[in-house]
Design a protein around this ligand. Structure first.
Ligand code: NAD
Length: 318
């Protein structure tokens, strides 16, 4: 599968490393509004200064949109309108109206449309999904969760440089958290109870804090959970805690480890980090899954639609 990259910013570097580690996928072309970014590409990749020229001439099978979140809609729509395939960094876009327009445009042209939910491929997430599938640790049924995605993007009354490229605490962190939870809870079995967002009009972001409360059912067992996203805590804290009948597990998404508490037993800590940066590990998962789906003529629209429904339901409450 040949990829054309659009947007050569912070995340692109990790994506390029992951592509080089994944079989069956290669980066052939790239484009950025800033031509200086061409210097960051390997010699084998062709840089296009002009987007339309890239759409006409590129031999790529699909184009990965890694531009700032508020531009995802516009860039992805231009790809689809050029009758080419788009893979969009999560979130796909920032509103249900944009989402409908993108999905309609792709469906009308019979084009697949992918969303890259990289946090759901975290090593700690993959590990726990596997433990549950193998029925290891006998923790019993899931009763509740708390998933926090916090970034230090608001300091002394203003946004920090880290916020560049992001849309808002909820739109960014909520999409990450929900994509992790979807590995363990069928999103069709999740429903929003309430959403609370802190929006500061003078800041160039949709919200600096966002919280979603959900109810869910897994294996016939109802439960409740909180997704908590925050740019004002001043720290990078990304963690999902899951409470089961017989204990709990903490998945640390920033440090790639898991801490398991089995009632009556000792605490167990599992270090799941590798020699690769965490984001490279995530994108290795994204690209392995992408090449598999592409080979079968499939995409992840169904899952993406469910996750965006849960995401937008919470911030429509603000
Ligand atoms: N930085 C992270 O840690 C991180 C992690 C995961 C996902 N993401 C996601 O990746 C996306 C990009 O984030 P980033 O941090 O790399 O942003 P960034 O600001 O570092 O880079 C974005 C790049 O896109 C270019 N660009 C902007 N508008 C464009 C357009 N219309 N056409 C072509 N190029 C354009 C910019 O010149 C810049 O080089 C965002 O959706 C973000 O949420 C970022």
């Amino acid at each position: 599968m040949k990829i054309g990259l659009i947007g050569i910013g912070k995340i692109a570097n990790y994506q390029m490393q992951a592509i080089s580690h994944t079989k069956g996928i290669s980066l052939v072309d790239a484009h950025d509004l800033d031509p200086v970014k061409a210097e960051e590409l390997p010699g084998s990749v062709t840089f296009f200064e002009n987007f339309d020229q890239m759409m006409k001439r590129s031999t790529a099978d699909a184009f990965l949109v890694s531009t700032p979140t508020p531009t995802h809609f516009e860039v992805a729509m231009k790809i689809i309108e050029a009758d080419r395939v788009a893979i969009v960094e999560k979130p796909l876009c920032t509103s249900p109206e944009q989402e409908d327009a993108l999905r309609t445009a792709a469906t009308t042209r019979k084009l697949p449309l992918y969303t890259a939910f990289h946090p759901s491929y975290g090593r700690e997430v993959e590990w726990w999904v596997e433990q549950r599938a193998q029925k290891n640790f006998a923790l019993g049924k899931l009763l509740g969760f708390e998933s926090c995605f916090a970034d230090p993007y608001y300091l002394n009354g203003d946004l920090t440089l880290g916020a560049v490229g992001k849309a808002g605490a909820w739109i960014d962190g909520g999409a990450s958290s929900l994509s992790v939870l979807a590995r363990l809870i069928d999103p069709d079995e999740m429903e929003l109870v309430d959403g609370r967002m802190t929006c500061i009009p003078s800041l160039k972001c949709s919200e600096v804090q966002g919280l979603g409360i959900y109810r869910f059912v897994v294996d016939g067992q109802p439960g409740f959970g909180i997704v908590d996203t925050n740019w004002t805590l001043g720290k990078n804290h990304k963690m999902t805690r899951l409470w089961y009948e017989n204990g709990s597990i903490e998945l640390d998404h920033a440090k790639e480890f898991a801490r398991l508490n089995h009632r009556g037993g000792d605490e167990l800590v599992f270090n799941l980090a590798t020699d690769k940066p965490r984001l490279v590990n995530h994108y290795c998962g994204v690209f392995a899954n992408l090449t598999e789906m592409y080979g079968k003529g499939e995409d992840n629209q169904e899952m993406s639609r469910k996750l965006h429904r849960l995401l937008f339901a919470a911030n429509s409450k603000k």
